[in-house]
Unconditional design. Structure first.
Length: 245
């Protein structure tokens, strides 16, 4: 059952950026999940105080191993623990998989536009990885808005062509600082770029938009302005805008 709490054990972790890391969690009897779903994580302090937050699943399950990638929010209750403190062997409680709307199924041939802001790349990466693993052929366009090269998640995997990624195009929109070899001056993801690097409304793509609240609203509005059917635009908000990625 997705609704009950399970004990997960940290099996491994790896840094994605100086302020974000991926945790591999072992969850006995994990039922499997769809790309785009998330889990709730619950931490309990020694005095019994609990704090609970949602984290997207970052990859397809490998047996009873699942992955989440967490961005440290300064002064946050939960994310600093997951990014800086949790270690191999530690146990946390999780509930899931959760969410049935913001999901992509590999047997769906509909073209897909993915628009990520900052940590919003996490569930979209799960879709990219699921597509690769299933050798699915749906056209994928990924637009990833991020502040600087140092904040780039999954850089090896998204930076080079991976077997099974034919039909996937990736566009990186640096907003504050770009690598030297990138000629695009840093600025926010523009409507014209979503037009150029996304897919035309005629293709009737499903659009998945994920990130901080302000980013999601402006990207979804841009897609509508470009003529995409609002019913095909699926959004997931990670929380306060906290400054745009
Ligand atoms: C469906 C869903 C999936 C999510 N998936 C992920 C994920 O894959 N990776 C991930 O890192 N986060 C994800 N989040 C966000 C996550 O649930 C937490 O909100 C985040 O980790 C902050 O929690 P915290 O306890 O550290 O901070 P809090 O103690 O809740 O907040 C501390 C301060 O930071 C501000 N704040 C809270 N959340 C954010 C935020 N997201 N951005 C900027 N400022 C914030 C608060 O307003 C407050 O001032 C997801 C959220 C949802 C709803």
């Amino acid at each position: 059952m997705a609704g009950h709490w399970r004990v997960a054990t940290v099996a491994a972790h790896r840094p994605e950026t100086p302020t974000a890391r991926t945790l591999v969690l072992r969850v006995p009897d994990w039922p499997g999940h769809l790309a785009g779903q998330h889990v709730d994580v619950r931490l309990t302090a020694e005095d019994g105080y609990t704090a609970q937050r949602s984290y997207s699943l970052a990859a397809p399950a490998a047996g009873d191993l699942i992955e989440v990638t967490v961005q440290r929010v300064p002064d946050g209750e939960v994310s600093p623990y997951l990014v800086e403190v949790a270690d191999v062997g530690d146990q946390i409680e999780i509930r899931g998989p959760l969410g049935g709307w913001f999901v992509w199924r590999p047997d769906d041939p509909t073209p897909v536009v993915l628009v990520a802001g900052g940590a919003g790349i996490v569930p979209l990466m799960s879709m990219v990885r699921t597509r690769r693993m299933a050798r699915a052929k749906a056209l994928f366009r990924l637009l990833y808005s991020l502040r600087s090269p140092a904040e780039r998640y999954y850089s090896t995997e998204l930076g080079s062509h991976q077997a099974g990624d034919g039909g996937l195009d990736v566009f990186l929109a640096y907003t504050r600082e770009a690598p030297e070899e990138v000629t695009r001056p840093p600025h926010r993801l523009a409507l014209s770029e979503i037009n150029t690097h996304g897919l035309p409304p005629d293709f009737a793509p499903t659009c998945f938009v994920c990130g901080p609240t302000g980013f999601v609203e402006s990207a979804a509005n841009a897609l509508v302005a470009l003529g995409h059917d609002p019913r095909r635009i699926k959004t997931e908000r990670f929380g306060p805008s906290g400054g745009r990625p």
